[in-house]
Design a protein around this ligand. Structure first.
Ligand SMILES: [Zn+2]
Length: 304
């Protein structure tokens, strides 16, 4: 988490910083539970995401079709073995979201498809080579963007979105949500929601709390409900520089796992680039025999 890194550099010793950047980052905690919190329902307070001013991603995806994948030459260009092609997304979505009420919290998707999902957070590193890489390989990702981290270049993410990738909510300033009052939680989520909707033309359906913090608290659930996202998304694995941290003791990917990565560059990756990190992530997925599917293809949006 670049932003944390930058701000904390001023007050923390370098060693502590390094630990924070790589151990806690969007984090370590958070994971485990797939169960919805036993939150009380906030009733009819949740506004419906409007869909904003059109859906620029629509042209890039065909409903019901498997994501297209780059050809052999594209994979060879990046020195990678091609992933197995993802199967067509299930017609009956494993996760069905409701229009109102408590939002579910999940870190994986119940599926027997041999797929995993890649999510990339924050938005600090804006490496043009990564756009080139995804344009070549067409591996689906979901982007959880933080307003204060992306506002210097909203345009960077538009070609990634044009590939069919969705943009999701990750607050304005990346705070520890359980440490701030409900009203502040709400402004963090609602302002990111309105900004991303305005910038990218479609309202985020999913929310991820920074560090996974507070995900299972009724307070955060209620705050999310009031801003439009209809689910809280955690993760099972966290990509570091060359390998993943696994929550599972056997250190193996499972069908339906959600993987956390970050838009990071050489400063945060000990000299490695965003594309090197992502290539290593794909290699770890490929060697375990998984393909990458689009998370939003396994989630049914609420009925309108
Ligand atoms: Zn984050």
């Amino acid at each position: 988490m670049n932003r944390d890194g930058l701000s904390r550099t001023r007050t923390y010793a370098a060693g502590v910083l390094a630990l924070l950047a790589f151990a806690t980052a969007c984090g370590d905690n958070g994971g485990g539970g797939g169960a919805a919190p036993a939150a009380s329902t906030a009733g009819s307070a949740a506004p419906q995401p409007s869909g904003g001013g059109g859906t620029p991603t629509a042209a890039a995806t065909t409903p019901g079709a498997a994501p297209a994948q780059g050809d052999a030459a594209a994979w060879a260009k990046w020195n990678l073995k091609p992933l197995a092609p993802a199967p067509a997304p299930p017609a009956d979505k494993p996760i069905k979201l409701e229009r109102t009420g408590t939002v579910p919290v999940f870190s994986d998707v119940k599926t027997t498809d041999k797929v995993v999902f890649i999510t990339i957070d924050d938005g600090a590193e804006k490496d043009p080579k990564f756009v080139e890489m995804l344009t070549d390989l067409k591996v689906p990702i979901s982007m959880f963007l933080t307003k204060d981290i992306v506002k210097n270049d909203y345009g960077y993410f538009k070609p990634l979105q044009a590939l069919g990738n969705h943009i999701q909510n990750h607050t304005v300033t990346h705070p520890v949500m359980s440490k701030i009052p409900a009203e502040k939680q709400k402004s963090e989520i609602c302002e990111d929601q309105s900004t991303l909707t305005q910038q990218y033309g479609t309202a985020p359906l999913l929310f991820r709390p920074p560090f996974g913090d507070g995900a299972n608290t009724p307070t955060l659930n209620n705050s999310v409900q009031q801003c439009g996202p209809r689910a809280i998304v955690l993760w099972r694995e966290s990509m570091q520089i060359h390998d993943m941290q696994y929550q599972a003791g056997d250190k193996k990917l499972k069908s339906g796992d959600i993987i956390l990565a970050h838009f990071r560059g050489p400063k945060e990756l000990k000299g490695a680039t965003m594309t090197q990190m992502f290539a290593d992530l794909l290699a770890r997925i490929q060697e375990q025999g998984f393909s990458v599917a689009r998370l939003e293809d396994y989630i049914q949006a609420p009925p309108s």
